[in-house]
Design a protein around this ligand. Structure first.
Ligand SMILES: Cc1ncc(COP(=O)(O)O)c(C=O)c1O
Length: 387
């Protein structure tokens, strides 16, 4: 959550640096004007280094990151892509935009993809799996990666919420063939709008780099206006001011995640002994980003009461329960492609996910937490549980 809590002088200095070097706002070219200042290129290099991968590509959003990934991996009409029923609409929208078929699977108490249900949803047309680390919690990556290996499926990690987290020390986003990130304004690190794609395979990176830039291969042997191309593409290029902000935010990322984890733990300490509250599932070896504190209450009416009691004292929940319909595929009747893939009836397609999500409460976790906040939260939740 708190990228935006920490926007300050470091981001401003990076932006001023762009103007001090000629004010070129385009990521390519204008070499004579820019005095060797390439913020997006530098952001990609430093992000790749931090993630321990060789290639990263900056794009305009987390949604664009997914779309570019699917295009570069050659996923399109006739292919089924399985993702989880609890995610943001963007994950499924990117599959639809690719003209592939979106299929959703159940989640378990981690609020991420249930490996057993994933196995059941695989068909001969399945080409890829998009696993999501919702609300900062790692998915069951070793099991899911093994299922993909056994069935020869591409694994994509939607790491919109997981930037800075890891599982068994391996950064989220680097377990799959491709990892995508979002830097929208509400994410752990932000460039206002923006995203990143990281790659295992150099050839896929090259395809993505061209596809997100109208097919430009950026061939060093010719000027850009005579550039070579092998396919058409689109424009999802990040611009220099976003790259500048990203460089400053990236330096803050480890501290942000540490602070969130500390504050999440402080909140959990005051809530965990309340009768009727159960913790979220945590895969072994998880270092989650603690973007939110999720717990379960006995039923949906208690979950709704938790929100009401928090609102009454000027606090709030985050996503659950209030933004359920934007994040649960069982409600996405406005997506005919998804409805058709689930036999025409979405509302009964994910009973396990529905049962889990309807009694989940998610609290926002920030970097700048006041000392009295945990007790104010406890008081509100206690009241909700008793009434
Ligand atoms: C799971 C997930 N994937 C993708 C996105 C899309 O990111 P963006 O807002 O940068 O397009 C989001 C945004 O919240 C998200 O939650």
């Amino acid at each position: 959550m708190p990228g935006y809590e920490l926007i300050g002088n470091e981001e401003l200095a990076e932006i001023q640096d762009v103007f001090a070097h000629g004010g070129v706002l385009f990521r390519h070219g204008f070499d004579g004007l820019r005095n060797n200042c390439y913020k997006v290129r530098q952001f990609e290099q430093e992000f790749a280094e931090k993630m321990g991968v060789r290639h990263a590509l900056a794009v305009t959003s987390g949604t664009a990151a997914l779309r570019v990934a699917l295009a570069a991996l050659g996923i399109g009409p006739g292919d089924e892509v399985i993702t989880q029923s609890f995610t943001f609409v963007a994950t499924v929208e990117a599959i639809i935009e690719s003209r592939a078929t979106p299929v959703c699977a159940e989640i378990d108490t981690t609020l991420n993809l249930d490996p057993n249900d994933l196995r059941r949803r695989i068909t001969p047309r399945t080409k890829a799996v998009i696993v999501v680390h919702m609300l900062g919690m790692p998915a069951h990556l070793p099991e899911i990666a093994e299922i993909c290996r056994q069935h020869n499926l591409i694994l994509i990690e939607d790491t919109a919420w997981g930037c800075g987290g890891n599982l068994n020390g391996r950064p989220l986003g680097t377990w799959g063939d491709v990892g995508t990130f979002s830097f929208d304004f509400a994410k752990t690190m932000t460039t206002g709008e923006g995203g990143m794609v990281v790659f295992r395979d150099e050839a896929v990176w090259k395809k993505a780099a061209a596809w997100h830039d109208h097919g430009h291969e950026n061939n060093p042997a010719v000027p850009r206006w005579e550039d070579t191309r092998a396919s058409s593409g689109f424009n999802y290029r990040m611009m220099e001011l976003q790259g500048a902000v990203g460089l400053a935010q990236l330096k803050k990322l480890p501290g942000v995640v540490e602070a969130q984890r500390r504050n999440r733990d402080a909140l959990w300490r005051v809530l965990s002994d309340l009768s009727g509250i159960e913790p979220r599932g945590v895969p072994e070896g998880s270092y989650d980003t603690a973007d939110a504190l999720v717990f379960f209450v006995p039923d949906n009416s208690t979950a709704l009461r938790c929100r009401q009691e928090l609102l009454a004292v000027g606090l709030a929940t985050k996503i659950l329960p209030e933004a359920y319909t934007w994040h649960f595929a069982g409600t996405w009747t406005h997506m005919p492609e998804l409805v058709a893939a689930h036999g025409g009836n979405l509302t009964t397609a994910f009973p396990q996910s529905h049962a889990i999500l309807s009694r989940a409460v998610s609290l926002p976790v920030g970097v700048n937490m006041t000392e009295d906040l945990p007790n104010r939260v406890r008081h509100a939740i206690e009241k909700a549980m008793k009434s």
